[in-house]
Design a binder for this molecule. Structure first.
Ligand code: FAD
Length: 414
């Protein structure tokens, strides 16, 4: 893999950019791999990357039915934070956030990580209590967050209206080293690094069946023929239930569309990320100047990757109370992704009833931020059979009642 650097950019500028090589190969599938990962979203690619980097397991294929990063990874609003309530969540999200800090250097790919700060507004007394509690929990977990006053909120976000007609801003939970990153670049950076290690990323190849023998996985059926493997990782977000059925087990997952939209680009007006759970909406400004706005999940299960008008109206109506200036913006485009929701709003990173088959899903509305940490833990689980990062997130917690309730932290889609 040729190293990207300022020198390389200058060299290529001099020779009319004829020397760049493809960022990743597009190989034909081999007959057999040590490990197959289904799903070339961020979590699947990160799992493959850390299998290779941390454990030397490089005979790996990542199989993708569409194009890499074309699922939720390329459709999210890119918020990165680790201010969750429960200890296992704080551990994996903070691991992830800390990996983001140096990931551009690690992957030699500019992820445009921007630790600009994320605030979660408290607009009811209930939220004040909830976020103060989270700030205390975070202090014990070693996650740096703080409770800030309405005046501090106004200093950080001058365009905010503190005296909303329905819900005044009473303060906020603030994480100064949280922020955003370029979502496509994350997928592309991991894909390039995996390909450089000799792994095969096979796009336009749908997994249509899982083969097993004596309770152990043997391989997969795909639209490009059967492929054998010793270990299988299912990392397909909204399609997890479909793949689990192929592997012969059921998941406590609901699949719903989650939507977002962006405005026309405007001059810089907001340099932090703001989430408003009570009115339900969140907003940041992209480097291009667009206001990136996240809305809610559809109220019914579905597999449609699209936006809808009623969500635009609901979300924008809510946010206009807190940010009156956006009422004059034109909306540029909207879209949707299929997210995988668990009852306790925490993910599943687990062995499964099928030997050698592992699953990583249930990140719901908030898994972009978790990609590096999840990949790190999932690779450890697949390589060694155990990971401290994933041990609380097993599938059997739903049967045993060991829920990891993150409904406050994930109360707004993000
Ligand atoms: C609108 C929206 C906004 C969001 N905002 C945020 C946010 O601000 N912050 C945050 O942290 N998270 C956010 N999320 C959530 C986040 O995007 C997801 O949790 C995360 O991207 C999931 O990544 P993944 O790799 O698990 O799934 P995906 O990126 O969806 O990848 C799964 C892949 O599996 C492939 N696949 C499915 N079935 C098969 C098959 N049979 N064979 C082969 N391949 C298959 C799919 O094509 C897909 O590419 C948002 C999501 C949406 C939709």
């Amino acid at each position: 893999m040729r190293h990207y650097s300022a020198f390389a950019v200058a060299r290529e500028a001099l020779r009319h950019h004829t020397g760049w090589e493809r960022a990743w190969r597009s190989p034909e599938p081999k007959r057999r791999y040590d490990v197959i990962i289904v799903g070339a979203g961020g979590h699947g690619l990160a799992t493959a990357y850390y299998l290779g980097k941390n454990y030397g397991i490089q005979n790996v294929a990542v199989i993708e039915k569409g194009w890499l990063g074309g699922g939720n990874t390329g459709r999210n609003t890119t918020i990165i934070r680790s201010n969750y309530l429960q200890d296992p969540s704080a551990a994996i999200y903070e691991k992830s956030r800390s990996l983001y800090e140096h990931l551009s250097q690690d992957l030699n790919y500019n992820l445009m990580f921007s630790p600009r700060g994320v605030m979660m507004l408290a607009q009811t007394q209930n939220e004040v209590r909830g976020y103060k509690r989270t700030a205390h929990a975070n202090a014990l977990q070693g996650v740096t967050t703080e409770w800030i006053s309405p005046q501090r909120v106004k200093e950080l976000v001058p365009i905010i209206n503190l005296d909303g007609p329905r819900y005044p801003v009473l303060g906020a939970l603030w994480q100064a080293r949280a922020g955003t990153a370029r979502h496509d670049a994350l997928a592309w950076g991991y894909a390039r690094a995996c390909s450089a290690m000799g792994m095969d990323i096979i796009q336009q190849c749908e997994v249509t069946g899982v083969r097993s023998d004596n309770g152990h996985v043997k391989g997969v059926e795909t639209t490009r023929g059967p492929i054998d493997c010793d270990k299988l990782g299912i990392v397909v977000a909204g399609h997890s239930g479909v793949l689990a059925e192929m592997a012969g087990f059921r998941l406590p997952i609901e699949s719903v569309a989650l939507q977002a939209l962006v405005s026309e680009p405007i001059k810089p007006c907001m340099d932090v990320v703001v989430m408003a759970n009570t009115v339900h909406g969140y907003m940041s400004q992209s480097d291009k100047g667009e206001m990136v706005i996240g809305g809610g999940a559809d109220g019914y299960n579905n597999y449609t990757q699209r936006g809808s008008f009623h969500h635009v109206e609901e979300t924008v109506r809510a946010l206009v109370e807190t940010f009156p200036m956006i009422s004059r913006l034109k909306m540029l485009r909207q879209w949707g992704g299929i997210v995988d929701m668990t009852g306790d709003r925490s993910p599943i990173l687990s062995k499964t009833p099928l030997g050698g088959c592992f699953i990583n899903c249930g990140w719901g509305t908030g898994g972009f931020k978790a990609i590096p940490g999840s990949g790190w833990g999932m690779a450890q689980l697949m390589a060694t059979g155990h990971s401290p990062l994933t041990e609380a997130f097993t599938l059997d917690r739903f049967a045993e009642g060991r829920f990891i309730d993150e409904s406050v932290a994930a109360g707004v889609a993000h």
